[in-house]
Design a protein around this ligand. Structure first.
Ligand code: NCD
Length: 305
């Protein structure tokens, strides 16, 4: 399906769609710099429907809408909505479609956006579904790589080494980003405890598993993630206790990395990257959030602009 009708999974984007979107996003960055953002979403309404906690995704969609003249219905805690009375996702989505022109949906079920899109007369955006996908995060992550590595276009990523660190099994941002990077033939390095390795369905034969120390020496991008505690089965929780220390990036680790490496994290971090690293020019995770808002401005422009 065309992503402008429903943004369900990252597989809806090919190289041409990415190039087109990123050109729009680049233009919006210019508008922001000049302080003259085109108010192309005036009169349009976004419903933010979040069944799981969120800081960045919900507020960046919010900002992306209002900075272009639109408005937002924020439903950030469904316990205060009719969901707590037992309303189904389908009915809630249909309701919001009466008031809004587009819906951003975060939900614990991997197929929530797909199901919602089947009944919803307005475009739905997957804003993170279970352990499945988080496609707008992958778009902003790719955009961050392009900008931070100072590339003209994503195609120039060919041959670069992107190392994924942490919870590659339950991390939905990893799942969407790995799929997206396959478009550009990057070298994928996997740094994870065996119990949290990337699912085989997402792997390719030339992916390599490494220790963090080895990955630091070769990575052009280090993409660090937290362990998704809320998704871990009970039996894994004991097994993984204390494992975090092997996947921690501190000042000593950064000293072993390339001077040009880009350090990313979808955030929130819970100790995987030491605060002492924040001042390092290679620490891109705060800029990554800013790119996130701009990319979501481009996504919303494409869908309802
Ligand atoms: C991520 C998510 O919700 O999947 N956060 C985000 O959207 N930036 C990552 C996480 O929760 O670990």
């Amino acid at each position: 399906m065309e992503w402008r009708r429903a943004l369900v999974e990252i597989g809806q984007f090919g190289g041409a769609e990415i190039a087109e979107l990123f050109a729009v996003v680049r233009g919006i960055e210019g508008e922001l710099e000049e302080g003259k953002v085109r108010q192309v979403l005036a009169g349009k309404v976004l419903a933010n429907l979040f069944y799981e906690p969120s800081t960045r995704t919900s507020s960046s969609f919010y900002a992306a809408m209002v900075r272009q003249g639109g408005s937002v219905i924020p439903i950030n805690d469904v316990t205060y909505s009719s969901v707590s009375k037992g309303e189904t996702l389908a009915d809630t989505v249909r309701t919001l479609a009466c008031y809004a022109d587009v819906i951003a949906l975060r939900h614990p079920a991997d197929d929530a956006t797909l199901q919602a899109s089947r009944v919803c007369p307005v475009p739905v955006i997957n804003a993170g579904n279970g352990k499945g996908e988080h496609p707008t995060q992958a778009l902003l992550d790719l955009y961050t790589m392009v900008r931070e590595l100072k590339l003209e276009e994503a195609a120039e990523l060919r041959g670069r080494v992107v190392a994924f660190v942490g919870d590659l099994l339950y991390g939905r941002t990893v799942h969407s980003l790995v799929k997206l990077l396959r478009l550009y033939s990057v070298k994928v390095v996997l740094v994870a405890p065996a119990a949290l390795q990337l699912p085989y369905t997402l792997r390719q034969p030339d992916d390599v598993e490494m220790s963090l120390a080895d990955a630091l020496a070769v990575a052009d991008v280090l993409y660090v993630t937290r362990v998704q505690q809320e998704r871990l089965p009970v039996e894994l929780q004991g097994e993984l206790r204390g494992v975090g220390f092997a996947y921690r990036v501190g000042v000593a680790e950064m000293a072993r990395a390339k001077p040009s490496m880009v350090l990313m994290h979808p955030l929130p971090r819970v100790g995987e990257i030491e605060v002492a690293v924040d001042g390092d020019a290679r620490a891109a995770y705060f800029r990554q959030m800013r790119y996130g808002m701009v990319v979501r401005m481009g996504v919303l422009r494409g869908m309802v602009g």
